[in-house]
Design a protein. Sequence first.
Length: 327
Amino acid sequence: MTKKILVWLLVIFFIANVSVAQAQQPTKIPRIGYLGFGSPSDIPARIEAFRQGLRELGYVEGKSIYIEWRHAEGNADRLPSLAAELLRLKVEIIVTNGPYSTRAAKQATVTTPIVMASFGDPVADGIVASLARPGGNITGLSTLAPELSGKRLEILKETVPKLSRVAVFGSSTNPNNAQILKEVELAAKALKVQLQYLDVLSPKDFEPAFRAAVKGRAQAVLMLGGSLFNSQRTQVIELAVKSRLPVMHGSQAIVEAGGLMSYGVNNLDLDRRAATFVDKILKGRTPADLPVEQPMRFEFIINLKAAKAIGLTIPPNVLVRADKVFR
């Protein structure tokens, strides 16, 4: 009987010590990577929106989640090495904020999950198999809404009632360019507006494009958008004022920096929603089975200072429809 009691005491002692040891072991804190194309100073609101999304899900940066921030400062050539650096740190997920960083992450790994905070058409670009079933290690959010460019042209027509000639700035290397341009052409036909397409492939192409628009007697410019346009926002804004041309953008950030107007996807909403993908993957879901989500919120924004700089008066019926007005 005494031996049995002794054995039981030893078992209880062993279990108690194992439990204490397990309780003392620190909980593993997930580490994720954030890979950006531009400079963090260019997109502070987007970064904060992503952080807000994590906070809403209960994550506290530095305590319950670690984030390794890497930004290429507008130099796409740096992205592959930055992606490789994140992988060496053994991050559990890489979050990307645009097509350049997403492509670099995809080339760097086929196993580590990748969450796109924004991407035009990931199916057409070969990033995922389909929106419903991505099928690989990448999922996230798409900004695909080609019909928006037609809507932007409509707003330009309302802003400049006698509008008959519009210069369209796009990048032929953008996989979505052809589809977006098709939507613009349909809208232009209905609005009886003549288009002048100008291909912009690098920062040095903007100045010649504006000169060509002026020479072609364009009365306004429609920007099809993309990372290149966002990274060159300062140059674009200055050239627009110099040319005295109303410019419709697809990015709110350009209007905040001094551009005239934008109508498009609410990128802050996408960045906030990207956190939900991070949360699901950390809890065991796989990117292959998480459908890529499309935009849900759109915003029309006007900058009245920019309008004054080119001598443009925004019609009241246009102004009243704006979701946000910078004065």
